[in-house]
Design a protein around this ligand. Structure first.
Ligand SMILES: NC(=O)C1=CN([C@@H]2O[C@H](COP(=O)(O)OP(=O)(O)OC[C@H]3O[C@@H](n4cnc5c(N)ncnc54)[C@H](OP(=O)(O)O)[C@@H]3O)[C@@H](O)[C@H]2O)C=CC1
Ligand SMILES: CC(=O)N[C@@H](CCC(=O)OP(=O)(O)O)C(=O)O
Length: 313
């Protein structure tokens, strides 16, 4: 029997991309809302409750409303928004997070998927915290470079309208140092000090990389770039969507520049450790619409349904 799947927010950036993934599959029946009724609460509630899996590709407020509409105990919600990522009762939609995460996702009816910056940050730091190489008390900093599709329809329209020369150059933002991903970055790495996090949006459609610089003197005595790299390699052994690149990746060093877009159109994350005997930078890159959003949501659905995790991806 086919799985009934509904995407609330089907006309948005994340929702459209999920539909592209679902279109490749014959094990799902996609429930579609009449375009005129996209924001009709009764019709959304009907379809949400008719679904085995419902993706929420909505602003936070609308995601919370959608979650409150569920009366069918069998409906599994997979929320792409920020609304539920640190809320008790919701399982974090990152299968690679820890050894028991897939079992939790299989059993869950409420799945909150990570933010795009947070995915990259957490995948870099969580194994290092779990291995005891990075202390939970460490005060870390991170920057992220992201394409403008991360800002959804309104930012895409702004960039694609043209005419504003300021958009030609990279734009740092979230300079209040209160980016909305900070709570999930802390909760799901175990870090107890809020990282200093500054993202930068650039004039390209998609692709994202997070950089975390570390002085080795801040880490436990004796921790080296080799040890950090080995811990990442060990944690992600066998993972099909996480690639730990060679230490001080020769390809990147030879090129001299880091390619932020090299995971575009994949559900992959590439992790890097650069540096020398006193300093390292950890880097993660992904497609913000792939593993950073829609690909990750479909992967979480696959894990939940117990089908091949790569189906449709
Ligand atoms: N873009 C990205 O890289 C990522 C996005 N996310 C998150 O996923 C969610 C969706 O983001 P994204 O697709 O980029 O956003 P978009 O702005 O592109 O799309 C959001 C969609 O939701 C619709 N919508 C708004 N309110 C309601 C409502 N009350 N009922 C039904 N539909 C509604 C909008 O309608 P209308 O078309 O009329 O505006 C729009 O189509 C957000 O929470 C975002 O933060 C998560 C990870 C990455
Ligand atoms: C370029 C841009 O604006 N990006 C968004 C993040 C996109 C994302 O991951 O969104 P959610 O956390 O809402 O799911 C931002 O930094 O707020």
């Amino acid at each position: 029997m086919k799985h009934a799947v509904f995407v609330d927010g089907q006309e948005g950036t994340t929702g459209l991309r999920i539909h592209e993934y679902l279109a490749k599959r014959d094990d799902v029946e996609v429930l579609r809302i009449d375009p005129d009724k996209r924001k009709d609460a009764a019709e959304r509630a009907r379809l949400l409750n008719a679904a085995d899996v419902a993706f929420l590709c909505l602003p936070d407020v609308a995601s919370r409303e959608a979650a409150a509409m569920i009366t069918n105990p069998n409906t599994c919600l997979i929320d792409a928004s920020t609304a539920h990522r640190t809320v008790p009762g919701w399982v974090f939609g990152l299968p690679e997070l820890a050894a028991d995460q897939r079992a939790k996702l299989r059993a869950a009816k409420r799945i909150a998927n990570p933010g795009c910056h947070a995915s990259a940050f957490i995948l870099l730091l969580r194994p290092l915290v779990d291995a005891g190489l990075v202390s939970r008390e460490l005060a870390v900093s991170a920057t992220s470079i992201t394409g403008y599709s991360g800002g959804g329809k309104s930012m895409i329209a702004q960039y694609e309208a043209g005419g504003d020369a300021r958009l030609n150059s990279p734009r740092p933002y979230a300079l209040s140092l209160k980016h909305k991903h900070l709570p999930e970055m802390m909760t799901h790495t175990g870090l107890v000090v809020a990282p200093i996090f500054m993202p930068i949006v650039g004039n390209f459609y998609k692709g994202l990389s997070v950089t975390v610089p570390l002085h080795l003197s801040q880490l436990k005595p004796g921790v080296t770039a080799e040890a950090l790299h080995a811990a990442l390699t060990k944690h992600y052994a066998g993972e099909q969507f996480v690639r730990v690149m060679p230490l001080r990746d020769p390809g990147t060093l030879e090129e001299g520049f880091f390619d932020v877009q090299a995971c575009n159109d994949t559900n992959r994350v590439d992790l890097f450790v650069f540096g020398h005997d006193t300093q390292v930078v950890l880097m993660a890159r992904l497609d913000n619409l792939g593993k950073g959003a829609s690909g990750a949501a479909v992967q979480a659905m696959n894990v939940h349904l117990g089908v091949d995790e790569a189906l449709g991806l």
